[in-house]
Design a protein around this ligand. Structure first.
Ligand SMILES: *[C@@H]1O[C@H](CO)[C@@H](O)[C@H](O)[C@H]1NC(C)=O
Ligand SMILES: *[C@@H]1O[C@H](CO)[C@@H](O)[C@H](O)[C@H]1NC(C)=O
Ligand SMILES: *[C@@H]1O[C@H](CO)[C@@H](O)[C@H](O)[C@H]1NC(C)=O
Ligand SMILES: *[C@@H]1O[C@H](CO)[C@@H](O)[C@H](O)[C@H]1NC(C)=O
Ligand SMILES: *[C@@H]1O[C@H](CO)[C@@H](O)[C@H](O)[C@H]1NC(C)=O
Ligand SMILES: [Zn+2]
Length: 296
């Protein structure tokens, strides 16, 4: 009797499910019409690149985005392995819970790419401004990033990490396609979620943020970029050495007394800024070192 009931049940279940290998209907129909929908149907796993990009532009942006993913993936792996035992982690994030930064890198690697677009047609005219290598379109199209011709001339591959004079502390984060595009992706709501913002501008402020306002560090764009670059340099490019450059030291003398200003030994590091284009910046935008345009 039990056997019979069990048998009846199993045949009922078997009847409700199509036999393996049997496909009902038309395979070019959406799966839902055959009774099944893949949980991730319609996932966009590649960064969309607009038709305004020609073959060589597309190829360079794709290679740059692949390197941005490589950089973010390694940053995540470094944190998963070492957490706050890592001196590099401590330097940038203090004792912040590690899942915040892990998530900020993972979304670049594994997040859905549907509401993101890279384009090459200069729709806002900002590529005509001197020193502009690209920009986030801001209120004109929050998911869109324009890459200007200057990027193809200046951005470097991660294979040159720690070469050609690059150091994490003294060089711009936009030296590399990888970190430049990581920054641009954090402006796009699908990736940065209006949560990753600019709280610090440049290496010195990033280090200050880690000591003074550490809770902002794991959602600060420049902090995430600098951490990723330093971890990649130290772990991958020149293992065990990296190229951190001169370290921030003025905190020691900050305690010497009010108004001393400390020994601003790093002040020369920022003397190599790109052209200032402040006077030409569109309303609601501002520039950072190296001619980066940021629009709110
Ligand atoms: C499958 O569905 C598509 C779209 O509805 C249709 O164009 C095509 O002719 C169908 N093929 C078969 C074999 O039924
Ligand atoms: C794509 O456009 C860039 C700049 O506008 C140009 O330098 C390059 O030669 C073009 N590539 C092709 C394959 O046409
Ligand atoms: C790292 O974080 C843990 C808690 O997650 C804390 O107990 C520990 O003190 C931190 N390590 C250092 C070196 O501060
Ligand atoms: C948005 O478009 C307007 C009008 O074309 C332009 O003036 C402005 O600079 C654009 N904004 C950005 C961030 O490019
Ligand atoms: C950092 O924290 C201080 C004091 O808590 C605050 O006054 C300041 O505005 C913060 N700085 C930033 C950049 O948020
Ligand atoms: Zn920015």
């Amino acid at each position: 009797m039990f056997l019979l009931i069990a048998l009846l049940f199993s045949t009922a279940i078997a009847a409700a499910l199509p036999a393996p290998g049997y496909t009902e209907g038309n395979l070019s129909q959406p799966l839902s019409q055959t009774g099944f929908t893949s949980w991730n149907a319609g996932a966009v796993t590649e960064f969309p690149i607009h038709s305004s990009c020609n073959a060589t532009q597309r190829r360079q942006i794709e290679l740059g985005l692949n390197e941005a993913v490589t950089l973010a993936r390694h940053a995540k792996s470094h944190i998963l392995r070492w957490g706050n035992e890592s001196d590099i982690y401590q330097k940038y994030f203090g004792n912040s819970p590690s899942m915040n930064a892990i998530g900020a890198f993972d979304i670049v690697v594994n997040g859905d790419k549907k509401d993101i677009l890279f384009r090459c047609d200069n729709p806002d005219g900002n590529c005509d401004l001197e020193g502009y290598a690209g920009h986030w379109r801001g209120e004109n199209a929050t998911g869109e990033t324009v890459i200007c011709d200057l990027s193809y001339e200046t951005r470097r591959s991660l294979s040159t990490m720690c070469a050609l004079g690059y150091t994490v502390s003294a060089s711009e984060t936009n030296t590399f396609w990888a970190s430049d595009l990581l920054h641009r992706l954090y402006h796009v709501p699908a990736i940065g979620q209006n949560w990753i913002e600019h709280f610090a501008d440049g290496y010195e402020e990033v280090i200050d943020l880690a000591t003074e306002n550490v809770t902002l560090s794991t959602h600060d764009s420049d902090t995430l970029q600098h951490f990723a670059l330093e971890a990649y340099a130290y772990d991958i490019a020149v293992p065990g050495t990296g190229c951190p450059g001169s370290q921030h030291e003025h905190h020691d003398s900050d305690t010497a007394g009010p108004g001393t200003g400390g020994s601003e030994i790093m002040s020369t590091a920022t003397a190599t800024n790109g052209p200032s284009t402040t006077s030409e910046v569109p309303a609601n935008c501002h520039t950072h070192d190296g001619g980066e345009l940021h629009c709110i």
